[in-house]
Ligand binder design. Sequence first.
Ligand SMILES: CC(C)(COP(=O)(O)OP(=O)(O)OC[C@H]1O[C@@H](n2cnc3c(N)ncnc32)[C@H](O)[C@@H]1OP(=O)(O)O)[C@@H](O)C(=O)NCCC(=O)NCCS
Length: 306
Amino acid sequence: MSFTIEEGTVDDWRVATDLMAEHVHWYKSYRDLETYWQAYGKENVSFLIAKGREKEFYGCGQVAKLNGHISTIGVYFVHPEHQGKGIGSAIFSKLIEPSVKEGRNIGLNAAPTMTKNYDCKAGFSKYPNWKIEVLAFKNFQTEKIEQLTKAATCRIIDRREVQLAKLIEYDSKIAGGFDRSGFVEHWTAHPDGVTKIALAANGDVIGYATGRLVKNDLFIFCPLYADDDATARQLILALLHRDNAVARKNGYFFSTTPTYQRLMTILSDFADVEHTTYRISQFTKEAPVPNSDKVYSISDIGLGFI
Ligand SMILES: CC(C)(COP(=O)(O)OP(=O)(O)OC[C@H]1O[C@@H](n2cnc3c(N)ncnc32)[C@H](O)[C@@H]1OP(=O)(O)O)[C@@H](O)C(=O)NCCC(=O)NCCS
């Protein structure tokens, strides 16, 4: 089987985004790649793409080197017509090689069918004590928003109104002490996204959420971090408010096992909600220990380790 593997461009990302939505129902924004470059530094992000003789898409995969000696893998996908011919394994080896050489801890959010392969064949054998639960919401009832927003328990502000340092500090607390300043700065300003921050009466940050519009007109909550259910609810309502041009009535959350039942209860007040599937976080060296109890949706199902 003849194929080449090269560094993908923004145009390649567009092609991959369309094919992943069609074949595996993974929904990305066309502008995610450029946002990753900003968030992690272009030199720390690799988006590899396998192509055939006519430069047609065969498969792809992505890796980011994050602070704290963690690398994460995302969008590992081979077109169904070309699966089982060694293309995926070739992409994957090339993706992880630099991180392996640097002795990094590598993590990914595995589809259940791949967990055993990653564990037994590639050494992704360290697991946190939660799974990522995928919740789909539909038919968000906009008319209920006024009534529910009136019962607000905290102040919700826009991203430009918060001191970035305070937001970064909060994020790091939830992420188990990891410094994700680049991610927080740029992901919360995603061109297809909207970010809201929840403040306590004393001005402390007690939650934040970014929602972004992705392929198929869906709205993805990544992340939704909050100190309690009432704050999570306020952030959801604020993001889905009709004033946000990108907000949509249908979309997804990537919750953790400790929060997802509570999130289902919150959402069922104003939307139809369904638990669809799950992902398993797996690491090569050790599973980080974030504050998963406050993670109503992880930071990014692609490259986020929490
Ligand atoms: C997973 C996927 C990318 C593999 O691509 P591929 O080109 O079919 O893979 P290969 O032909 O190189 O793989 C052959 C074998 O190695 C396994 N394998 C592939 N990549 C692997 C990896 N990174 N680690 C361990 N095992 C792997 C395959 O499951 C297969 O095992 P088998 O022979 O026991 O059945 C592809 O099947 C796919 O796109 N699946 C749907 C999307 C998906 O689930 N992606 C993974 C999300 S975590």
